[in-house]
Design a protein around this ligand. Structure first.
Ligand SMILES: Cc1cc2nc3c(=O)[nH]c(=O)nc-3n(C[C@H](O)[C@H](O)[C@H](O)COP(=O)(O)OP(=O)(O)OC[C@H]3O[C@@H](n4cnc5c(N)ncnc54)[C@H](O)[C@@H]3O)c2cc1C
Length: 270
């Protein structure tokens, strides 16, 4: 028998456990999936936005894996810090696989980042996802205007959650306290700021397009700003990205071109 500890019960940990029991080179493998949190599934549970039920439902497949007769989930077991040491794990198991994700923020390192009213996406997402690490005080949402820094799907998630009404979010997993706060939210304007142009944004088009379909939401695109990106202003620039882009910026992907089309559509609609 081979005893393996997998540290972390997010998708990478669970799929590792699945692969271990599915292989037949070592027939009798027993896997313990350890997580410092009491509940499994990592950021699928505590990161993926609660209104994206289809992606959230991946938890059902992950649960099926954890129910395998040779796999056991052990929650509330932290490796390192004050928890179990890697040395002790080495005594208890034949192999240890670390699948611990990327749980912490990466500060931008800019002045003012630490001022009141400035938060990381991790803090905000943890709050509306009921993560055990979420700050007890939560958020007040007294501001009328919010700026979301970033041009990827997490920025879209944060923007969408701020833009949705509490009523829309009520059928989801959003915790009661957060729903109450969102219900009293005074936020009326949400600005999204990306450091580069729209053709370098990392949104997936489906997520971006969803913003335009939200009830009582108007998406405003400032054409003059977006057209600073050569690939926005001149569609043929897509065909010669190496000439039209700054040297350290990768050429637009097919997804980026679709994003640009969505943004153009919003700009044209005024
Ligand atoms: C806000 C947000 C939204 C997202 N939305 C989507 C989406 O819509 N679609 C999509 O495909 N992807 C989405 N992702 C990305 C997706 O969640 C991650 O790619 C995926 O969860 C990574 O899986 P993982 O197993 O590597 O890490 P994680 O899911 O982070 O799991 C790591 C696990 O390790 C545990 N752990 C960490 N340290 C220790 C320790 N010392 N001891 C014990 N346990 C430990 C953690 O508690 C956690 O459960 C999103 C991510 C975020 C942050």
């Amino acid at each position: 028998m081979l005893r393996v500890a997998v540290i972390g019960s997010g998708p990478s940990g669970v799929y590792t456990a699945q692969a271990l029991v599915a292989q037949d080179r070592v027939p009798d493998v027993r896997v313990h999936v350890l997580d410092r949190l009491p509940c499994p599934y990592g950021l699928v549970r505590y990161g993926v936005a609660p209104d994206h039920e289809k992606i959230k439902s991946l938890q059902n497949s992950l649960r099926t894996v954890l129910e395998h007769e040779r796999i056991a989930f052990l929650g509330n077991v932290e490796v390192g810090s004050d928890g179990i040491s890697p040395e002790r794990l080495g005594e208890l198991y034949d192999a240890v696989v670390y699948c611990v994700g990327a749980a912490t923020d990466r500060p931008l390192g800019i002045p003012g980042e630490e001022l009141p009213g400035s938060f990381s996406a991790t803090e905000f997402v943890s709050w509306y996802s009921a993560h055990p690490d979420a700050a007890a005080g939560g958020f007040a949402l007294r501001a009328r205007s919010v700026v979301v820094i970033g041009a990827g799907n997490v920025a879209v998630d944060v923007t969408r959650i701020l833009a949705r009404s509490a009523q829309e979010l009520r059928p989801t997993d959003v915790p009661h306290g957060a729903l109450g706060t969102l219900n009293g939210s005074r936020v009326r304007e949400i600005h999204m700021a990306g450091r580069r142009g729209p053709s370098q944004a990392r949104f997936t088009t489906k997520e971006l397009r969803e913003l335009g379909g939200l009830p009582r939401v108007r998406v405003v695109v400032e054409e003059a700003e977006l057209s600073l990106d050569p690939a926005y202003a001149d569609p043929s620039a897509h065909l010669r990205p190496a000439l039209s882009s700054p040297p350290n910026v990768p050429p637009p992907t097919a997804a980026a071109r679709r994003n640009v089309e969505v943004l153009r559509g919003w700009a044209a609609a005024g």
